[in-house]
Design a protein around this ligand. Structure first.
Ligand code: FEO
Length: 358
């Protein structure tokens, strides 16, 4: 909420909390004092309380992008809301010598996305950008557990913004060209960056540039532990060949897909395994690989491994998934009939060497 000569509400909250949101807002302010609503983004975690709010204050002007009008009407119906379409550089006077400057953030991560800058206080209301799926009771970044905050900020980038990294780089340049100073960056969810707010902007610049660390992540599922044995032997071999490389191993029976994807984001290479099942791979892996493909990672290597009883297509299927997901797939593979024996483990060093090659 911005309370100057004009009162402005920036964004709302997720639909299941819409009535609670309106009641809480009433504790803070007479709703009829709200002059404008700024909708930076139409996704339901930002717009989900609009219907309940506008039942109380119908006709309140809503400032948003043209694409946001489409997304709000698409989601909630054509309800004759009082939209005012804005584009980059448009301003709205809020009194006391301050104004809002709107900046379209198209495809970060929806076509409707927008950020709003409040002059005077130098606050960027950045919507999803620089945010997290993370609640900090004390609201501000300096009050948060720093390790957790950084992990959640990276997890958000990795899982939501990776496919749009090209747009992130361009947008950061464009915002820098505005020459604005940020005293605070306030995403719609997650910690508000008030202590050195530029730290998260600098991180985004790094993350958008095909980010990787010296890490390899193994992701697999297994039926009767043959593929699991291979996974751990491969991890051991990476340690042998490259002792400083961080190695993480995840079984998709229990691992959280977003946690795993964050580790992929940090990795220079991944190794993916599954047994062959029904002329395919385990559905847990198919689902995860589908998600991997959506994220359009760049500049990472991939390798595949797995066991089979008879038809044995699994390893090729994984390699195809990795190739169409943008990974540089090494030819070397570990494909094992039934449970792995010494001669099967002997194929691992060559695959690891190819994977780690500079
Ligand atoms: Fe794109 Fe926070 O929703």
């Amino acid at each position: 909420m911005i309370e100057e000569e004009k009162t402005v509400l920036v964004d709302t909250v997720w639909a299941p909390h819409r009535f609670e949101f309106v009641e809480n807002l009433k504790q803070e302010i007479d709703l009829h004092k709200i002059d404008y609503i700024v909708m930076n983004h139409g996704e339901v975690d930002h717009s989900g309380s609009l219907t309940a709010l506008l039942e109380e204050i119908p006709g309140t002007p809503i400032y948003c992008t043209a694409a946001c009008v489409k997304s709000l009407e698409g989601q909630y119906g054509k309800l004759d809301w009082n939209f005012h379409v804005v584009k980059t550089g448009d301003t709205l006077d809020v009194g006391n010598g301050k104004k809002l400057i709107f900046v379209e953030m198209k495809m970060l991560h929806w076509p409707d996305s927008m950020a709003t800058f409040l002059t005077g206080d130098n606050i960027l209301f950045s919507m999803d950008a620089f945010g997290q799926h993370f609640a900090v009771e004390e609201l501000f970044n300096d009050k948060a557990d720093q390790a957790l905050l950084n992990k959640e900020a990276m997890k958000y980038y990795a899982n939501i913004l990776t496919p749009f990294s090209m747009f992130v780089t361009k947008k950061l340049e464009e915002i820098s060209d505005f020459g604005l100073t940020f005293d605070m960056i306030a995403p719609a969810h997650g910690a508000i960056w008030r202590d050195n707010p530029m730290q998260i902007v600098e991180k985004y610049a790094k993350w958008a540039d095909a980010y990787q660390e010296d890490q390899v992540t193994l992701v697999y599922d297994t039926m009767w532990d043959g593929t699991k044995k291979l996974a751990h032997h491969i991890a051991d071999e990476i340690h042998v060949q490259s002792p400083d490389t961080v190695v993480k191993v995840y079984c998709m029976q229990t691992a959280d897909k977003n946690e795993v994807m964050t580790e992929v984001f940090k990795s220079k290479a991944i190794v993916v395994g599954s047994p062959t099942v029904g002329n395919d791979i385990l559905s847990s892996m198919t689902g995860w690989l589908g998600f991997l493909k959506q994220l359009k990672f760049k500049g990472k290597r991939g390798a595949a491994f797995g066991t089979y009883g008879w038809s044995g297509e699994g390893v090729k299927i994984i390699k195809d998934w990795l190739a169409k997901s943008g990974f540089n797939v090494v030819d070397e593979e570990v494909r094992v009939n039934w449970n792995p024996e010494a001669e099967d483990y002997a194929k691992i060093p060559a695959m690891v060497t190819a994977l780690l090659k500079n």
